[in-house]
Design a protein around this ligand. Sequence first.
Ligand code: ISE
Length: 346
Amino acid sequence: MKQSAPLGVAVIGTGRMGGDHVQRITRAISGARVAAVVDIDKARVEELAAGIDGCSAYTEPEAALADPAVDALLVASSVQAHEAVLLAALERGLPVLCEKPLTPESSAALRIVEAEARLGRRLIQVGFMRRYDRDYQSLKRQLDEGRYGRPLMLHHQHRNPSSPSFFTSPMTIQDSVVHEIDVTRWLLGEEITGIRVLRPTPSTGRAPEGLTDPQLVLFETAGGRLVDTEIFVNCGFGYQVRCEAVCENGTARIGDDRGVVANLPAGGGAGRHGVDVLPGFEERFEEAYDREVQAWVDAVRRGETVGPSAWDGYAAQAVCEAGVRAQELGGERVAVQLAERPGLYS
Ligand code: ISE
């Protein structure tokens, strides 16, 4: 499809991320409009749609898929609902931007990969927004140019001020570390083959009962590189994401200095030198989300699908599954099992 009219997007799921995407498309994205909103919360979709010109409100995704004003879907519903919507979108030939994680299990992600491969063309982009962050993009470019020589190791830090009350230890892998899994595969251009999870004793007292926090997650890649991720979802002080590549001729790090470095009086004659730490991922990656959605809209209007693919979503999910098993085994290495990659994704 090549189109000159604005792309009519149905946003499926209007909770925290979906609600943000509705605002984003309305305020910051060119060439697209919100043509429909879908949520089981009828009052919420009716209220949202009432504020947007020509926007329909539905409580069932099928109704949006059948709406002739809908050209593409942005899926931000609960992860359990992704598979059915994505398979239906593939059947109808509708392009989709689907929030991460792609599915709760890798078997479901593989069914999506197989359905898209049967179709023979890509329609699905997975919402790994860090690939659209300027700092990550510069790091990727510099590594690809060989500026630091061959990458040998990556160190990631992923800190959230506090986790939602429903967060569990497996979710630290599936919801949070899934970003480092994707970034690692993308930066190094190879699959993750093994994973281990180590935990200090004790956990932070800030973590809710039953949630192990922080944890150290170690990946091995197909090329033998080693990657560590500190995941700390109740660090208390703000949102901090860092990545350092250790290469043969140097190292390169992102995530230290976003914002203003300030000297401030802190009382008692002493001062404070530092940068403010942002409060959450919405602030830290706001621009990346805008760039991600804009790139998706531009590509769809050109008749293309770009960015992280269903295969990337599947591969990340397979690593997550091994990671959750590794959490249970306490320190043991768990091998990642991947299906054969269809030619569509080579
Ligand atoms: C959340 O779902 C995200 O995707 C954020 O980027 C991540 O930092 C956070 O840990 C997740 O819970």
